[in-house]
Design a protein around this ligand. Sequence first.
Ligand SMILES: Nc1ncnc2c1ncn2[C@@H]1O[C@H](COP(=O)(O)OP(=O)(O)OP(=O)(O)O)[C@@H](O)[C@H]1O
Length: 629
Amino acid sequence: DTDTEILLTFKDSLANPSALSNWNASIHPCKGDRANWIGVLCLKNKIWGLQLENMGLAGLVNIEILDTLHTMRTISLMNNNFEGTMPDIRKLGALKALYLSNNRFTGEIPDDAFQGMRSLKRLFLANNAFTGKIPSSLTTLPKLIILRLEGNQFGGRIPDFNPKVVKVVNLANNQFEGPIPASLSKMGASMFSGNRNLCGPPLQACPLTSPPPSLPPIPSANPQLVSPKNTSYGLKVALIVVSIVLILVIIAALIFILSMRKQQSKELQETNLQDSNKVAAYNEGEKKVSESGGMMKRSELIFLKDNIERFDLQDLLRASAEVLGSGNFGASYKAVIMNGETMVVKRYKQMNNVGREDFHEHMRRLGRLNHQNLLPPVAYYYRKEEKLLVSKFMEDGSLASHLHANHTLDKPGLDWMTRLKIIKGVARGLTYLYNELPSLILPHGHLKSSNVLLDETFEPLLSDYALRPVINQEQAHLLMTAYKSPEYAMNGRISRKTDVWCLGILILEVLTGKIPENYLTARYDSNTNLATWVNEMVKEKKTGEVFDTEMSGTKNNKGEMINLLKIGLSCCEEDLETRPELKEVVQEIEQLREGDDDDDEEFSSTIGEVNAIISRGNVKDESFFSFNR
Ligand SMILES: Nc1ncnc2c1ncn2[C@@H]1O[C@H](COP(=O)(O)OP(=O)(O)OP(=O)(O)O)[C@@H](O)[C@H]1O
């Protein structure tokens, strides 16, 4: 197969392709919409993208090898150590997105490097060591929406872009100079920060380059003209009249300005009142707030990400907001903003004990996190009695909705490979939180399937994480999943292993397709614990009834399914000593093979075989039954 050959040639061209260990000719890179090879994005058996991020890849990269992969639409090599000059992508004319940020690319980019890239929408070259001018071929691309060049050594003047197309151009931390072109003057100032010699809106005005045109000479500057000797009586009268008229005009202007100010401040007060009523209406859970207001200043919504077009709270209120659902913390609203993007606004009422500065500081900390399995907060809003967090809307919904919705032919239940992919992504997101937030006792704290959102490739993104420091402590135990754990019920304590318990419940939920009742009761009760139920079923040799009957693709993967079940149960150990650390759990999960999902057989026969395997005791690790306390 030529696709396979091309990718293998690409792999061979890399200096250290060890991360691509499962790229081998024995299995096709794609199976339907799913990938058999790590980092490959598939659609209908065709390769539409490569996502080789955070893989420690280094050396030169020869993207030209991929020229003949005509279905390729997106390539990401972000967060590696690639070096060399800008790869030649001109033959990949159908490419829509290229992400090369956070590598070590160097040198000038040729002026024609983007010639003919008529489909290119997103180009990320941030945080490399590129030099020279912005290539002119980039400025004429008809579809380019986001251009990120920040953190390089680009220089010279900024060229004009088509303001009707381009939405984000981040040029921060480079060596650009001269005036910012009018087409970019509406972007936020942060897009240009860290360049020493830039001027013009949105930065400070440029200094005048030529001296101001000379003013006509002032007649009175010539003492002879005003000397009493030469001044006729008529001129004197004329001067007095002119002066009186001038004084009268000034007085009238002052009175006018003062009365205008009074009127304005009256109007402002009225508008504020109207708007606070409007916001109050919003707070009362109104589904739609369609009228525009005037109170919320843009500055009140604080943005945490650069690569997003700015909008303000008013835009969100003005957009027809639809209630997505009401969780423990409050309601979440879905709102389409001006540029057509859909956002989710989540209201938190139980954060009013935290001081303004502490809250800002924590949000900034969350804003710095960056991992493919975390849903980043885009912006937030602070008010003493209520906080709003804004994130992007994920079209493909949550893991909960996939597991527990009615399945149809159009929307079948998730297969085994996808479920394992989701668990692996969740484990990686959690590991990142544990590493990045070492001071937090609960780096996540609120892990559950409705807080695992899915992108179009079923890559999971965690949401509602790391909120414990800002949630009112007296309410946290009512709201957060971590406080439903056995250790909190028994000792009133939570620990660094409490997120592991939540991960265990999530694994069991994914395998059984059952809603964990644990989270519906006030506190942990072993009778409603999903792990207790699974243990009972295994004890009674009814393991066949444990696995979700909606799960397909299980035929060749029973051993791995059982291994994941074991891992899930070990995470749910009530005894903290016996419960493994997150690191150990993640290692075990990473070792699970996604395998071959040949799915010809009915699930029922699979269940029969699972039972047979268990009763023969053929599971890899004989201690499988040790969880039956
Ligand atoms: N960014 C998002 N994109 C798509 N759906 C979302 C997004 N954020 C939340 N949702 C979905 O909206 C619904 C309501 O979410 P919300 O976070 O308010 O409540 P919850 O997750 O059910 O409970 P909790 O408040 O305890 O987190 C859930 O089904 C959730 O999966």
